[in-house]
Design a protein around this ligand. Structure first.
Ligand code: ZN
Length: 490
């Protein structure tokens, strides 16, 4: 019976082949949990692991030793909504479309949550800011908990409760903490645990609250404290009433506000230390990829007038954020390559073996494996305050104009200010050498050595603008602006 013998041997061969393939293939790697943490408004240089001399971050410093630390990481916008939209979509602001509160993330751009949910991860978001929902940033998260302006401890408790209810299904979650954002520090220092009051306020920070100078801590945080923030020069020198005394704020006051910022960092750090311990206690530490970053930094005492703000500026203190990535094999790495908010999603996708086509960022996984990548450029965008005023009259979806943008290779950086450009051409474009001038005090745009860098980075800016998604507001550079730039000879 040659036919049946043939059939039998074919069946047997198939069995042998399947057994052979099964024996040779790697056992399936358990799908890792993903925990993306954004500590809103956290400057990189306010953490010990990024060189800060104050003891603001003992837990993050210890965590950084288990991570790859990106020494030069940038957000895509110094503003909560567009920056988070870039983290979630891997796209520039001009492509995801969120320039301002109320602008929705492009429905055609799959988000981190949608991608992981589709592949079987359980997704949850725990956030502290109303702009999240106004921009649809929570899109794709199966579970969401909003705790506007609540302390980190509460959000972390909610996150842990949600993890505990997951019955072992891998999770991909976003935790957003607000404690570093203004009003800096804590709504009431007296609510801080005693260990923080002593360590943060007095011994380590050399910082004591002076009630006779500022009124009650609660008043300062929720009411009068607003007088400290976003202070334009015209208001900065006017007398302001505190604790019944009307006086002009002085250097001591400004330092006091900056100290409160540091206290907020210390508080967030303690909360994260507790989260790490809880993950470890649950046996989740080894199989959870953790990324810690921020949506932007903060201008503290760098600028004159010394505004305590972030969104109008593209200076380093407003854009440079920490990026700590904990994946197996990355422990102790300090990576000097330029990293961007748009690179976070591609990195997480590659680690999870998920597809990531049409992203404008790139995976940092090769760097985490000790390989190299070609140099990258940062293209960041923002709006000025005056533009925000007009935004209130702009319906979501209407064409929007980036008022400022920068292009940087990590060493040289151009900043284009479209409002200035329209008024005074010579000050519309600035160039800084971040190595020689890290504080960005010396504009070298009009020097012979600056010209080639301006030309190179302006060309790169043109390429970024031209490469934005077709359904986006790619025509953000108006004819008038283009004409003004052209007239400068760029
Ligand atoms: Zn923010």
């Amino acid at each position: 019976m040659p036919i049946s013998i043939h059939r039998l041997s074919l069946g047997a061969w198939l069995v042998v082949l399947l057994l052979f393939v099964g024996a040779c293939s790697e056992p399936a790697r358990p799908r890792a949990n993903v925990l993306l943490i954004t500590v809103d408004t956290l400057r990189a240089d306010r953490l010990g692991c990024y060189g800060y001399e104050r003891d603001t971050s003992p837990n993050l410093d210890a965590f950084a030793k288990e991570c790859a630390l990106f020494e030069r990481s940038y957000s895509m916008a110094p503003f909560t909504a567009p920056s988070h939209a870039s983290l979630f979509t891997g796209l520039h602001t001009s492509s995801h479309g969120v320039y301002y509160w109320g602008h929705k993330v492009d429905p055609g751009a799959p988000t981190l949550a949608e991608r992981f949910a589709k592949a079987g991860w359980r997704t949850g978001a725990f956030y502290n800011h109303p702009s999240v929902e106004s921009c649809d940033l929570q899109r794709g998260f199966q579970h969401t908990e909003a705790r506007y302006y609540e302390p980190a401890a509460d959000s972390i408790d909610a996150l842990l409760g949600w993890i505990d209810g997951g019955a072992g299904q891998p999770f991909a979650t976003w935790l957003h903490l607000w404690d570093v954002h203004r009003p800096y520090g804590w709504r009431d220092w007296n609510e801080l645990p005693a260990e923080f009051r002593s360590k943060v306020q007095r011994r380590e920070m050399s910082f004591a609250y002076e009630e006779e100078r500022y009124g009650s801590p609660t008043e300062l945080a929720v009411g009068r404290g607003e007088q400290f923030y976003n202070v334009p020069q015209s208001r900065q020198r006017q007398p302001i009433a505190f604790a019944g005394n009307k006086r002009v704020l002085d250097e001591r006051d400004w330092q006091f506000v900056a100290d409160r910022y540091d206290g907020g960092v210390r508080y967030a750090d303690a909360a994260l230390g507790r989260l790490f311990a809880e993950l470890e206690r649950r046996g989740l530490w080894e199989n959870t990829v953790i990324v810690i970053t921020s949506d932007h930094g903060e201008t503290l005492l760098e600028r004159d007038p010394c505004w305590f703000t972030h969104d109008p500026f593209l200076y380093e203190e407003a854009l440079r954020v920490p990026l700590l990535v904990r994946v197996p094999g990355g422990a102790g790495m300090r990576i000097p390559d330029l990293a961007r908010g748009i690179d976070v999603l591609p990195t997480l996708l590659e680690h999870a073996d998920l597809p990531g086509a049409d992203l404008q960022g790139r995976s940092l996984m090769p760097l985490l494996r000790g390989e190299s990548l070609p140099p990258a450029l940062l293209w960041a965008q923002t709006q000025t305050h005056s533009a925000k005023e007009s935004a209130r009259r702009t319906k979501p979806g209407e064409p929007w104009l980036e008022q400022r943008e920068c292009v940087s290779d990590g060493r040289f950086k151009i900043v284009i200010d479209y409002e200035k450009l329209a008024v005074e051409k010579s000050t519309g474009v600035a160039l800084y050498d971040l190595q020689a001038d890290p504080g960005e005090r010396k504009n070298i745009a009009h020097t012979p050595e600056g010209l080639p860098h301006i030309q190179r980075l302006m060309r790169a800016g043109d390429e970024f603008r031209a490469s934005q998604r077709s359904n986006s507001r790619k025509g953000t550079l108006s004819e008038e602006q283009r004409r003004l730039l052209d007239s400068l000879g760029y």
